[in-house]
Design a protein around this ligand. Structure first.
Ligand SMILES: Nc1ncnc2c1ncn2[C@@H]1O[C@H](COP(=O)(O)OP(=O)(O)OP(=O)(O)O)[C@@H](O)[C@H]1O
Ligand SMILES: [Mg+2]
Length: 318
């Protein structure tokens, strides 16, 4: 992955004296699913609405394949599609008409539109709701109609703003699979979410943002590896371990902390998967039999709290 599809450059957005986006810089690569992870009010939706030319930046710019949202709005709007966090579709009566209108706008023939709409509505269990008033639909169903727009449109850049916040677990998984399929068909995807599981399951790379500022960027496993001593190796051993060996073990695996009691070693390390081999090697060279080994990785939840500071204040284990 090397082609930059979306380039966010020194982006600032202020609403009066609220700074919603505070000098954000990000490169989003062609063909990836990029997660924008942040708590309520961190500036996700504002950023996405700038990318889609709904808002103008206060300063800075966003380029889509080199086209600026401020200077080449018409071209950008042809490349980018968004499923809004809070869909508003009051000007048409029912989901079918809404999706038909959308499909025609993005270039389908009437026959092509009817076919693709039926397929996607059936996949998302929307077909039975096709003739209802949009105002009668549940929040989750309305959201699925909004998401369906992008599966129909298949834009070069597909933006989902909290796509599954209101969906039940089964439907969530189905939507995640469909978003991945959309990527595999060639779209670049941006997903805003405050759901760690969603970011972890869906995103190839994640930007953690907090109060409009970028806090961390990387793949889920890179982010986890950046927590100091975030991995926990647990080794169950047979014999008692002499103090000297415990000391050399700590040094060899660069443990930030190591507990040893009742035949169980618990070591807090970085890059745990590499350190397991080193630990086993040292113990077996000293004739200490290892009965079992396990590795606990931090969750993205830990990562998020680590980078936004909240967990540190609660004195998390290091
Ligand atoms: N149109 C607006 N007018 C004034 N302030 C706004 C406007 N839109 C957003 N804000 C403010 O900008 C900040 C960022 O809001 P934004 O909606 O971008 O956050 P978010 O990360 O999408 O949050 P959520 O997870 O709740 O959707 C908030 O403080 C919000 O109150
Ligand atoms: Mg939002």
């Amino acid at each position: 992955m090397s082609n930059v599809a979306v380039k966010i450059i020194n982006l600032v957005k202020k609403f009066g004296n609220v700074t919603a986006v505070n000098n954000l810089n990000l490169d989003i690569y062609e063909g990836e699913i990029f997660g924008l992870l942040g708590p309520n009010g961190s500036g996700k939706t504002t950023t996405l609405l700038i990318i889609t030319t709904v808002y103008k930046p206060t300063s800075g710019d966003v380029e889509i394949y080199g086209y600026s949202v401020t200077r080449h709005g018409d071209i950008v709007r042809r490349l980018v599609g968004i499923a809004f966090q809070e869909p508003k579709a009051l000007w048409v009566d029912n989901p079918y008409e809404l999706l038909l209108w959308h499909a025609m706008v993005v270039g389908y023939s009437v026959i092509g539109a009817r076919r693709v709409i039926r397929d996607i509505m059936e996949e998302l269990d929307l077909w039975e709701h096709r003739g209802k008033f949009i105002s009668e639909l549940s929040g989750g169903t309305r959201k699925k109609v909004e998401i369906a727009k992008l599966f129909i449109q298949k834009p070069k850049i597909a933006i989902f703003d909290e796509p599954t916040a209101q969906l039940d677990v089964t439907t969530k998984h189905r939507v995640w699979d469909k978003i991945k399929a959309l990527r595999d068909e060639g779209s670049t995807i941006i997903v805003a979410t405050n759901d760690m599981l969603e970011a972890e399951r869906l995103a190839d790379r994640i930007a953690i943002i907090h109060k409009g500022t970028l806090k961390a960027l990387g793949t889920p496993s890179e982010l986890k590896d950046r927590i100091p001593g975030g991995d926990i190796i647990e080794l169950r051993v047979d014999n008692r371990i002499p103090d000297g060996i415990v000391k050399s073990l700590i040094e060899a695996i660069e443990a930030r902390k190591l507990d040893y009691s009742d035949g169980v070693i618990r070591a807090y390390v970085n890059r745990g998967e590499e350190k397991i081999a080193i630990a086993i090697d040292i113990l077996s060279r000293n004739n200490i039999k290892v009965r079992s080994v396990s590795l606990k990785e931090p969750t993205l939840d830990d990562v998020f709290f680590y980078f936004t500071g909240a967990r540190l204040e609660e004195g998390r284990i290091q």
